[in-house]
Design a binder for this molecule. Structure first.
Ligand SMILES: [Zn+2]
Ligand SMILES: [Zn+2]
Length: 147
């Protein structure tokens, strides 16, 4: 479920203040674009939405948002770097990654699957001393457009 934009902006503002950063117009615009895109976006994806933006300042703002924990990088199957808002902002989910076109889509599994996965992981980790606080699970395959 997608969160309300107002709530996201408020959280981002707070996160940035904690990192002693300002929620500038440029940063806010990036968060808006990421919300509008609705799945992991590359810089060219975002420039297509808003061609007037300057690429260099977009990169700088994205890096700042990333170091404040607002944005995270997604590693796909192509060389394009994609970004999305952190799970603490948009909720826990997984990714479907296409090996043909490189597209990355968000994907949610049912709550009972998450619970079963967590329980199995805890069991598998028992004795390793590793303390898990989250997981990532990417599904690799061919998207409907490429199939
Ligand atoms: Zn995602
Ligand atoms: Zn999960």
């Amino acid at each position: 479920m997608r969160p309300e934009a107002d709530d996201v902006h408020e959280l981002v503002g707070r996160r940035l203040r904690e990192a002693e950063q300002m929620y500038t117009k440029g940063r806010r615009e990036l968060v808006e674009l990421l919300l509008a895109f609705g799945r992991p976006a590359s810089m060219p994806d975002l420039l297509e939405l808003r061609p007037k933006l300057t690429q260099s300042s977009m990169y700088r703002n994205m890096t700042d948002l990333e170091s404040a924990g607002v944005v995270q990088k997604i590693i796909g199957t192509d060389e394009r770097t994609r970004f999305e808002l952190a799970e603490t902002l948009i909720g826990h989910h997984h990714h479907l990654i296409c090996t043909e076109c490189g597209a990355v889509d968000d994907f949610e599994v049912p709550a009972r699957t998450e619970q079963a996965l967590e329980a199995d992981l805890q069991r598998a980790l028992a004795g390793t001393g590793f303390r898990a606080h989250s997981h990532r699970l990417d599904v690799i395959g061919v998207c409907a457009r490429c199939a």
